[in-house]
Design a protein. Structure first.
Lengths: 169, 169
């Protein structure tokens, strides 16, 4: 149902400014994002700007490549993953940014029309020893397509503020 | 010299279709890319599309954040790194794409006006045991700003074709 899909994409792309803090990340927790459909135009546009390899920007060359057709830049896939994650966690969260990512793996090509969503597992939540107002969370992202195939995985690190203490009334 | 900078950016953004093959990656080799200047408009545009956290999309909120001003999404920085790498290695290369990245680290914020370039070191070049036409290369990318500060590092994996054998005449 194309209309439902569009509604879904709009929903996840307009997150409320909810607040997620360090205490909200409990090791073992799992959740999922909304989904996004990747268009050919977006694949071409991203790749022309950032990753103009033939199998990302040239339909004919892509057909003749081992991929057999146009595929998204892995960095485009990673950026879409971030978009879904931001929508899930909210833009009013206690996020202080990320020191990095471990073991990013591109497992399957992402092709025009693919619908992608992300499973999020909390692996670790480590309070900072030097800065008591924050902690480090380690999350595993597993991005899947509409066929349930894993297309990308990564272990993302995030610095997150602790929930502010409320003054007793 | 703004004009020289623009010329430089144009140069690295219009790579010739040179061909790099597995044999061209020798462990210990080091080289560098051209550079690119990041504009505020690009930072905002990328982040609105993929990473709309306040310190990437809202100048006033960014000023009040721990970063003290607008900073680029780490995924934008990574995409710009890819752009410089593609320009260096050429679009006619033997690249078969990448299985992933290890230890991506965002070390310093990237801010509007920063000029970024990448050092590339070949760490390993491993011939494939199952597919004799290709090999895996492991490269360390170190992205620096105009002050010589490292802003991002990663270990990138790449699948690359071996140089085609020429028939003896």
């Amino acid at each position: 149902m194309p209309n439902e899909r569009i509604a879904e994409v709009k929903r996840v792309y307009n997150p409320r400014p909810v607040s997620m803090f360090f205490e909200d990340f409990r090791p073992g927790d799992e959740t999922g994002t909304g989904s996004v459909i990747v268009t050919k135009e977006e694949i071409l546009s991203f790749a022309r700007q950032f990753d103009p390899q033939p199998f990302h920007v040239d339909e004919e060359a892509a057909r003749q490549s081992p991929y057999g057709g146009l595929i998204a830049s892995g960095w485009h896939t990673a950026a879409l993953c971030m978009r879904l994650i931001v929508a899930l966690l909210g833009t009013g969260s206690g996020s202080l940014g990320s020191p990095g990512v471990d073991e990013l793996r591109w497992l399957k090509p992402v092709r025009p029309g693919d619908e992608l969503s992300v499973r999020v597992e909390v692996l670790e939540a480590i309070p900072s020893r030097s800065k008591p107002d924050r902690g480090l969370v380690k999350l595993r992202y597993t991005m899947r397509n509409q066929n349930g195939e894993d297309v990308m995985t990564m272990i993302a690190l995030g610095l997150v503020l602790r929930r502010p203490e409320v003054e007793p009334t």
